[in-house]
Ligand binder design. Structure first.
Ligand code: HEC
Length: 160
């Protein structure tokens, strides 16, 4: 009995399929990739992510760290600065020229911070300090290009 009913259902389905081309057709759904959408203001990324992590690495590098956990913590902070570079790429200014300029600064921030993270992972004090200064240059270059008055300094304590 069941198999007869089943056969019947298949037959009905088959008929539906046969007429399918004549049924009102729906446009195929485009396969949309999940889209990145900026949520926070750039200013918030600067104050909440870039600056505290950048300053945090500077403080940790004031003196050579003895504790491996401190090096690991500093590496994590550097990587969060690097991720800020990725997030900045979602927020370019509107004009095309400005966009290219912005992207290159965001990439510079990401790559220099990833480089810093590598030196911190290797626990190389001298190279880590140099790498943090290189990150600061990338922060300042973008600020200069986009007329942001903020100047960041890698080791403000040393300047006193
Ligand atoms: C790709 C460009 C770009 C890079 C790279 C960049 N910034 Fe910024 N930053 C901006 C812009 C644009 C503003 C102004 C945001 C606003 O006021 O809307 C800003 C503002 C700031 C401010 C001031 C926020 C305030 O309260 O007004 C600080 C602090 C700051 N950035 C820190 C940093 C640090 C630290 C780095 C590097 C680790 C960095 N920025 C890298 C574009 C950049």
């Amino acid at each position: 009995m069941i198999s007869v009913r089943f056969a019947g259902a298949v037959a009905v389905l088959g008929a539906v399929c046969m007429f399918a081309p004549f049924a009102p057709s729906q446009p195929p759904k485009p396969k949309t990739a999940p889209k990145l959408e900026p949520v926070a203001e750039t200013k918030l990324l600067m104050e909440g992510l870039a600056e505290p992590n950048f300053k945090g690495v500077g403080k940790l590098l004031k003196d050579e760290m003895k504790d491996p956990e401190a090096w690991a913590f500093a590496r994590g902070r550097a990587l969060l600065v690097a991720e800020t570079g990725n997030l900045l790429m979602m927020r370019p200014p509107k004009t095309r020229d400005a966009e290219e300029n912005w992207m290159s600064h965001a990439i510079g921030l990401r790559d220099s911070s990833a480089g810093l993270a590598r030196e911190l992972a290797a626990r190389d004090y001298v190279k880590s300090r140099a790498a943090l200064a290189a990150v600061a240059n990338h922060c300042n270059r973008c600020h200069h290009a986009f007329r942001v008055a903020t100047r960041v300094r890698p080791f403000p304590e040393d300047e006193k």
